[in-house]
Design a protein around this ligand. Sequence first.
Ligand SMILES: Cc1cc2nc3c(=O)[nH]c(=O)nc-3n(C[C@H](O)[C@H](O)[C@H](O)COP(=O)(O)OP(=O)(O)OC[C@H]3O[C@@H](n4cnc5c(N)ncnc54)[C@H](O)[C@@H]3O)c2cc1C
Length: 400
Amino acid sequence: MAAVTCDFLVVGAGVIGVSIARELRRRYHARVMIIEKEPSPGQHASGRNSGVLHAGVYYKAGTLKARLCVEGNRRMREYCREKQIPLNDNGKVIVARSPDELPALRELYARAQANGVRAELIDGRTLKSIEPCARTVEQALYVKDTAVVNPQRVMESLVEDARREGVDLHMDCAWHSREGREAAKTSQGRIAYGHLVNCAGLFADRIAWAFGVGTHYRILPFRGQFYRLRPESRLQVRGNIYPVPDLRNPFLGVHFTRRPEGDVTVGPSALPLLGREQYRGLRGITVQDGLAMTTYLFGLFRRNQDHFRSIAWRELRKRSRSGFFREAQELGVGLEAADLLPGKAPGIRAQLVDTRTSELLNDFVVEPGPRSTHVLNAVSPAFTSSAPFAEHVVGLIKRD
Ligand SMILES: Cc1cc2nc3c(=O)[nH]c(=O)nc-3n(C[C@H](O)[C@H](O)[C@H](O)COP(=O)(O)OP(=O)(O)OC[C@H]3O[C@@H](n4cnc5c(N)ncnc54)[C@H](O)[C@@H]3O)c2cc1C
């Protein structure tokens, strides 16, 4: 690539990078360029997630997630309808597996009300009329506005929009380092910019560190493995069946999701990894990351922050098919071990940890830096929230 100059350089063509680039172009009519290290956009979390458009029941009122998710759900559903991207609009039920989970179920109901989400506490009979195979103890929560999309279809459409609107996309182009105050050294040469927006997902912390930003943060990768429900299973699913999550940790637990194509996914798990792109076995671990993650995971395990030990044990059990089955079986009637077939490609969550407190951060984190802005914790439901999230980030950008 010959010497290149742009007003805004966005690193990463996931849903966040593409949405922010579109918003920058719309707002400033500026020269906006995205660089992506892969041959095509959406190869990581954005193309490998569950595709659930979350309604906003999980998040405490007043958090960024609560505000952006509710708005993002409405806009993403509208976008899919407008672009004729298939959507499963059958809502979701959250079921209690034991009486101990009822207080958390009611807390979710209270959060839904505070966030303006259409949700109802229902009894077992009503549950059967919505999801005939789901089981619960006493009560369940019915969330009407949860929908499911194919995330790759959404990504393709967003990228097409971005290109048409004048965003310049460069594939196979990795950010390597800073070159002075206003240029990046990339695998395709030097790119000068006015402002850089770091949307690099699993690598966003590393890029931020190069700008002296977020040095007390580190991204921990957690792999989500999926199974596919055998179509002939006695357990049938219309929309989504979720468990009551442990509200202390950021993951929602194994659930059933009917995709718009008709198949039902079961998962995902949330296994802590040693490599940022460790999609299979030990592949994707570098010596540098492997050592750092091992040290860090041991530290978290020892301090047991955010009940990390119990999360880790539970997730390790789900590495085996039987462990996974045991967890899925609690949500409905009729599931047999043979009903779990190999599922879609796994995805890896870029979960931010505050290394000062060993806390797994729950809310989105965006940090300013010299001539740069860094998106550091675009975890679920960032896919759902991407349109208003992009507006929020662009609103924070100070052009110096
Ligand atoms: C298993 C799983 C299930 C999920 N389920 C849901 C869900 O149901 N609903 C929901 O709303 N959210 C869900 N999420 C979360 C959602 O997928 C993410 O929040 C969202 O995709 C984050 O988008 P992103 O653009 O920040 O990251 P990514 O999609 O990971 O994009 C980052 C991009 O940066 C590129 N990059 C990295 N380093 C460099 C570099 N040096 N130079 C150039 N490019 C670089 C990467 O190749 C990548 O393409 C899920 C996530 C996972 C993993």
